[in-house]
Each structure stands twice: as C-alpha cells, then as structure tokens.
Design a protein around this ligand. Structure first.
Ligand code: NDP
Length: 253
C-alpha cells in the first residue's frame, strides 16, 4: 500500500473512532481515574501509562518532519513547535507531576490510546510536512492562522492551569477527591477538558486541515461525554457541589 492510501485510510479511521467513542462513552465511562472499576484486565501505574501512550504522538510527527523536505519552512516549524510543546508536556512532564500517578490504569486503554496517537501523529505530520502544498510565510498573518493560534494558546493555558488546580487539591497522593473551586472550575466541572478541546479546535483552524479537524472532532467526542460523567459524579458524591456550575461550557452546558 502506498503512503497516500495509508494516509486516507487512517484519516477516515480517526473520524470513525470519533463517532464510535462519542456513542460508546455515553453509556460506558473510560475506566480510569475516578471512573476506574474492576474487570478491565491487566493494569499498570497511571504515570507509566500516560508516558507510554502519549509518546508516539510526540515522536512520530518529529520523525515525519525530519524525513520531509520542509525543514526550513517557517510555517512548518511553527506547527511543529505548537504540537511538540503540547506533547512534550503531556508525555514527559504531566505524568511526573500527577498526584496519584501510582494509581492503576488499565493496559487496554493504554493500547488503544497508543494506537490512536500513532495514527493521529502520522496523519497530521504527513499532511502538514509532506502532502499539503507548502504553507507560505504569509499564512502566519492569515486570519485563520491568527484565530486558530489564539484558540490554541488560550486552550493550552486553560488546560495547564486547570490541571494545576486539580493537582494542588491533594497534599498527599493518597488523599481522595475534593471540590475544585479555583479558575474556570468556578463555572464548569472539567475546564481541563474545555481547554483541551479549545486547543485542538485552534489547531484545526490554524492548520486549516482535515487531519486537524479529525483530531478536534475526536477530542470533543472523547472528552465531552467524560465531562458530563465527571459532572454527574461530583453531584452524586458531594451534596454541597455548586448548583450553578455547568459540565463543560461556562453558562451553557
Ligand atoms: P482528570 O481531571 O480526571 O484528572 C486529572 C488529575 O487530577 C488526576 O491525577 C486526577 O486524579 C486528579 N483529580 C481530578 N479531579 C480531582 C479532584 N476533584 N480532587 C483531587 N484530584 C483530582 O483528567 P484526565 O486524567 O482525564 O486527563 C488528564 C489530562 O489529559 C487533561 O488535561 C485532559 O485534557 C488530557 N486528556 C486529553 C485527551 C484527548 O482526547 N485529547 C484524552 C484524555 C485526557 P485521579 O487519577 O485519582 O482521578
């Protein structure tokens, strides 16, 4: 199979995964963190799981960039910097900052995420650094890039800050769950997911690409149902949970 056929098959598969994830996660919460439960087979430490499953997304796009002929294209370098800055943190920093990183994480989820991240890194890198017509430097002044980059950056800041707010809720890794009250948690139960969705929506707009769109759609399909599961879980477990707080989008839902 040639690599263009492979690219299209993987791209279609990501859209298909998004649809499957969205409907499956309405009825089954992914079994990790507060939703972990028995019956999901072999487990490993959460921080190892995160490191292993996110690493392909970090590595593959760099390899495709290096294998391509756009190493001196400024827009390509900017895209690579955006992507790797997210995955550098998610792969090598986030797992080691986690409070409770020694908790169990099902291996089956690691395998699924590893496959997804490999596919996603491949299609995004393949398109941006090899298949798309090379982006001219003027793209950096295009309203689509500017708006997308602004979304991406603000999403990243919201995501990082919200994960930080969650981290400082636990003094000791063995501590249980508490109600987060800082930052965007005043308005929604899962601002870290809101930030992540904003980030990849921004990426889709800034790259104006089908692989970017596929990743943004998948991120929403994966995280929106979990935001609602988390919201329900907070309400069931904390009688004093703030009643006006929404699940995912401030004031809306
Ligand atoms: P969670 O919000 O479920 O948990 C993040 C961390 O905070 C965990 O260590 C968790 O502990 C802890 N935590 C959560 N709530 C509380 C609380 N109320 N009190 C104390 N500690 C708490 O996020 P995820 O683990 O699902 O995701 C982590 C990051 O990965 C997020 O930034 C998310 O956006 C990103 N992500 C991106 C995906 C994508 O599709 N692009 C998919 C999944 C995640 P514990 O483990 O004990 O629950």
């Amino acid at each position: 199979m040639d690599d263009i056929t492979l690219y299209w098959i993987l791209l279609a598969a990501i859209f298909a995964f998004a649809v499957m994830a969205f409907f499956t996660l309405q009825v089954i919460s992914a079994p990790y963190g507060r939703h972990i439960r028995r019956g999901w087979g072999y487990t490993l430490k959460a921080r190892i799981g995160w490191l292993v499953m996110e690493f392909p997304a970090f590595l593959i796009i760099i390899l495709i960039f290096l294998a391509g002929s756009r190493k001196d294209n400024i827009v390509s370098i900017v895209f690579l910097a955006m992507w790797t800055s997210h995955y550098l943190h998610r792969t090598f920093i986030f797992p080691f900052l986690m409070k409770g990183g020694d908790k169990k994480f099902p291996a089956v989820l690691v395998v699924f995420a590893l496959i997804f991240n490999t596919m996603n890194g491949y299609v995004n890198g393949k398109y941006l650094f090899q298949l798309a017509p090379a982006y001219d430097i003027s793209w950096l002044y295009d309203p689509r890039f500017l708006a997308g980059a602004a979304f991406f950056l603000s999403g990243m800041i919201i995501n990082l800050h919200s994960d930080h707010v969650l981290r400082i809720l636990r003094k000791d890794p063995e501590d249980g769950y508490r109600i987060p009250r800082r930052g965007l948690f005043r308005y929604i139960s899962s601002p870290n997911y809101f930030g992540e969705i904003l980030e990849w929506t921004g990426w889709a707009i800034a790259t104006w690409s089908l692989p970017g769109l596929a990743f943004a759609v998948f991120t929403f399909a994966n995280l929106a149902p979990r935001a609602f599961s988390n919201h329900r879980w907070y309400r069931e477990n904390f009688p004093d949970y703030p009643g006006q707080r929404k699940a995912l989008i401030p004031y809306i839902m």
